[in-house]
Design a protein around this ligand. Structure first.
Ligand SMILES: Cc1ncc(COP(=O)(O)O)c(C=O)c1O
Length: 468
C-alpha cells in the first residue's frame, strides 16, 4: 500500500517519486521487483495519469528503475553504497540478518565481502531453473572432478583473464583452498616431503600441509615476493606461493623472478602451488597474469576461488593440475565424490555461460576500487606521516605500518576492540615468533565488508585510539 506524506508542501509527482526512491534505497522494494502499473497507482492514490507518469519518468532518468517494453517499470539493482540511507528507517529483514552477522561498528576483517553485493535475484532465478531440470540429477553423484560445463567455463575465463593455459580436463572443482590442497597432498606425497611456505603467509595451507605429514619451512618474503635464494637453500621441493598479490603483504613477484622460480622447480624436480586468490581485483594498471601461463607445461598447480568476488559461503573454488600430474590424480581420486555441491556447480555454470560472472566481476571491481580509494585517502588524512600503507592497489585489504607506535599488536587490537572495531592480527600469518621487530607495528586493514560510508570514521577512530 502506498501512503503519501501530506505534511510536506511538494507537488504530487515529487512526493510519489520520493516515496518510491526511498523504498528502493531502503530495499523495501527489492531489485528487479515490478512497480505498480501507472493505472493502478493512479486509482490507488486518486491522482492523474500524468502525475504518476512524471514520477516514474524521473525515477527512470535517475536509474532507480528500468523499463521493459510492454511490461512496465522494475527496480534497478543498486549497491547499498549508492543507495541513500534513510534518517529514520526501520531495518528490513535482510538488514537485520546482516546486523546479526557483524556486531562490530567497524569491521576491517580482510576476508569479508560487501554483504549487499551477492547477486541474489539472478542466483535465485538460476537456482530455480536448475531445480526444474531433470530430477534425476539429484539422485546421482557428479563427476569427481566437477561438472564439465563449469570446468569448461572456468578454463576459458582463466585463459582470457588470467593468462592460464590449460585443457578442461586439467580443471578440478573444489570446495575451497583447503579442499584443493588436501587433494594435491597425496598426489605429491610419494616424491616430496619438505614444503616451503611464504613467511608471512596464509595460515590455512600450513595446517593442511602439516596434517598431511609434510614438513614445512618458512621462506621470507621481500618486496619482490618470495626470497628465491632462501628458497634454494631451504632444500624443499614444493613451494606454496601467492605471486600476483602476496598474502598478506601485497607484493607482486616480477616476471624475472617468476621465471627464476619456474627454473627452480624444473631444476629440483619441484612443484609450485600458485594461489591466485584475488588477482581479479586490481585497481591500478592491468591485472598481473598468472605464473602458470609463463610455462604451462611446468609443474605448476594453479588455484583460484570464487570466494573473493562472488561469495565465500558458496564454497566453490578450482584448481588446474599440470598435465604431468593427471594420471596420478586420477588413480587416487577416480572413485571419490566431489566435495563441491552439484547444484551450486550447475547454478554457477549457468551464471558464467550467460555472462553474469564477468558483469559481476566488473561491478565488484568498481565497488572495491571505490572502497580502496576511500580507505587510502582516510589513512593519509588521519595518519599523515605516522603510518605507511603497504601493498595497496589490489585485493580486499592493505597493511598499515605504524610509525612511532609504542604498543604491541595485541595492545593495538585490544584498544580497537574497545571501540568496537574489528581487526585481524597479522601476526597469525607468521610462523616464527618474535616480539620486538617491525611486525608488531603492522596492522591488516580489510575493506571488503565495511560500508564505504563508515571507512573514514573508522580510520579516524583508530588514529585517535592509538595516537591519543
Ligand atoms: C591467500 C588466500 N588464498 C585463498 C583464499 C580463499 O580460500 P577459499 O577458496 O577456501 O575460500 C583466501 C581467503 O581469504 C586467502 O586469503
Amino acid at each position: 500500500m502506498v501512503v503519501l506524506d501530506n505534511k510536506q508542501d511538494q507537488p504530487l509527482h515529487i512526493k510519489i517519486y520520493n516515496l518510491i526512491k526511498n523504498q528502493i534505497a531502503a530495499r523495501d522494494l527489492q531489485p528487479h521487483s515490478k512497480l505498480p502499473s501507472i493505472r493502478n497507482l493512479c486509482s490507488e492514490l486518486s491522482v492523474s495519469h500524468n502525475t504518476v507518469e512524471y514520477a516514474y519518468q524521473q525515477l527512470l532518468a535517475e536509474g532507480y528503475v528500468y523499463s521493459k517494453p510492454k511490461s512496465g517499470y522494475y527496480v534497478s539493482l543498486l549497491d547499498s553504497e549508492f543507495a541513500q540511507p534513510l534518517p529514520h528507517h526501520t531495518a528490513n529483514l535482510q538488514e537485520k540478518v546482516l546486523q546479526k552477522q557483524s556486531p562490530y561498528s567497524y569491521d576491517f576483517h580482510p576476508a569479508s565481502l560487501s554483504p549487499e553485493s551477492f547477486p541474489i535475484s539472478i542466483w535465485r532465478k538460476l537456482l530455480v531453473e536448475c531445480l526444474q531440470e531433470d530430477p534425476r540429477q539429484f539422485a546421482v553423484y557428479g563427476s569427481p572432478q566437477g561438472e564439465f560445463a563449469l570446468r569448461n567455463e572456468i578454463r576459458s575465463y582463466l585463459a582470457r583473464s588470467r593468462g592460464v593455459i590449460c585443457e578442461t580436463e586439467q580443471v578440478i572443482i573444489c570446495s575451497g583452498l583447503q579442499d584443493s590442497l588436501a587433494i594435491i597432498m597425496p598426489v605429491l606425497r610419494s616424491d616430496h616431503s619438505l614444503l616451503a611456505v611464504e613467511e608471512p603467509g596464509h595460515f590455512i595451507p600450513r595446517s593442511v600441509f602439516q596434517n598431511h605429514s609434510f614438513a614445512i619451512t618458512p621462506v621470507p618474503v621481500c618486496t619482490d615476493g618470495l626470497d628465491l635464494k632462501a628458497l634454494w637453500s631451504s632444500k624443499s621441493t614444493v613451494v606454496y606461493v601467492t605471486p600476483s598479490h602476496q598474502f598478506p603483504l601485497g607484493h607482486i613477484m616480477p616476471v624475472a623472478n617468476r621465471l627464476k622460480l619456474i627454473d627452480w622447480a624444473e631444476s629440483v624436480g619441484g612443484v609450485i602451488i600458485e594461489d591466485d586468490y584475488d588477482s581479479e581485483l586490481r585497481y591500478q594498471g592491468s591485472p598481473i597474469p598468472a605464473l602458470q601461463g609463463l610455462h604451462p607445461e611446468a609443474n605448476i598447480v594453479y588455484i583460484g576461488t570464487f570466494s573473493k568476488v562472488l561469495s565465500p559461503a558458496l564454497r566453490v573454488s578450482y584448481m588446474v593440475l599440470p598435465k604431468r600430474m593427471l594420471d596420478r590424480y586420477r588413480n587416487l581420486f577416480n572413485e571419490s565424490a566431489s566435495s563441491a555441491s552439484l547444484l551450486e556447480q550447475r547454478v554457477l555454470a549457468k551464471f558464467m555461460v550467460r555472462g553474469h560472472w564477468e558483469r559481476h566481476l566488473r561491478k565488484m571491481r568498481t565497488v572495491y576500487k571505490k572502497k580502496h580509494e576511500v580507505l587510502v585517502q582516510a589513512v593519509n588524512r588521519h595518519f599523515g606521516d605516522q603510518a605507511v600503507i603497504i601493498g595497496q592497489g589490489a585485493g580486499l585489504h592493505v597493511v598499515l605500518e605504524l610509525l612511532n607506535s609504542v604498543f604491541s599488536e595485541e595492545e593495538l587490537i585490544k584498544q580497537a576492540l574497545a571501540k568496537n572495531i574489528r581487526l585481524f592480527p597479522l601476526s597469525k600469518t607468521y610462523i616464527s615468533h618474535t616480539e620486538s621487530d617491525t611486525r608488531q607495528r603492522l596492522i591488516m586493514l580489510g575493506f571488503g565488508g565495511i560500508n564505504t560510508t563508515k571507512i573514514d570514521h573508522g580510520i579516524q577512530l583508530l588514529h585517535q585510539t592509538w595516537y591519543k
